[in-house]
Design a binder for this molecule. Structure first.
Ligand code: GRF
Length: 218
């Protein structure tokens, strides 16, 4: 069951009234972040794992940036230590909801209960099909004629979790990975802010099912 309003979560005791305090996590060009800023979502911090345009977009908009650098890309990467450092950085801003927007580091399982299961993601394919970082490339290689955009609650399992919104995007015969990804992003830049907004506005958005799948204690 979702924690009651006012009950502290694992995020250093984040009270329920922090739920609208949104963090955005990004690693890349940050065009989805730009759309979230343009939609005037209550972004209190942007977290990045590397130097990237997204960090400069946030700085330009006057939003604090937490640079939790990932230095190790080897098989021995200490994912749990990295996850703990990121949770601590976001907790300094009393974050209650997290929106992943092209964040390239897969986080450890402790991340999701730390935010009471209130972690959202946008994925450039129609989940549950074509999970993974190369979804646009994979959909083209498979010869599909339709793909799309999915907004979902993020869980320990990558690109899984309850789906909140989806929209189809037709694939053109002459599409490259770049042209198709850009058309999907045009949808993401509209669908993701709108879905986040209704998630934030919902009184009790984390259902029992979502909480259970996210590993949130009842
Ligand atoms: C988006 O397509 C998002 O779905 C994926 O990464 C991309 C980020 O785009 N996870 P940008 O860096 O914000 O332009």
């Amino acid at each position: 069951m979702a924690p009651a309003e006012g009950k502290g979560g694992g995020n250093g005791g984040t009270p329920g009234n922090c739920r609208r305090r949104l963090a955005v996590l990004a690693s890349g060009t940050g065009t989805i972040l730009e759309a979230l800023i343009a939609a005037e979502l209550p972004i209190v911090v942007v977290g990045v794992d590397r130097s990237c345009r997204a960090a400069r977009i946030a700085e330009g908009a006057g939003i604090p940036v937490e640079f939790v650098e990932r230095r190790d890309f080897s098989a021995s990467f200490d994912r749990e230590a990295y996850t703990e450092a990121l949770v601590a950085a976001l907790a300094r801003h009393r974050v209650g909801t997290v929106a992943m927007a092209g964040f390239a580091t897969v986080l450890g399982p402790t991340f999701f209960p730390a935010f009471e299961g209130r972690v959202l993601n946008t994925h450039p394919a129609l989940l549950p099909a074509y999970k993974g970082w190369h979804a646009v490339r994979d959909v083209l290689a498979a010869g599909e004629t339709t793909t799309g955009s999915t907004v979902h609650v993020a869980t320990c399992e990558v690109d899984a979790g309850p789906i909140l919104a989806q929209e189809k995007v037709p694939i053109r015969p002459d599409d490259t990975e770049e042209t198709l990804h850009e058309r999907i992003k045009q949808v993401e830049r509209r669908l993701y802010p709108a879905t986040i907004l209704s998630f934030l506005d919902s009184a009790e958005p984390v259902t029992d099912e979502i909480a259970a799948r996210s590993g949130v204690a009842g």
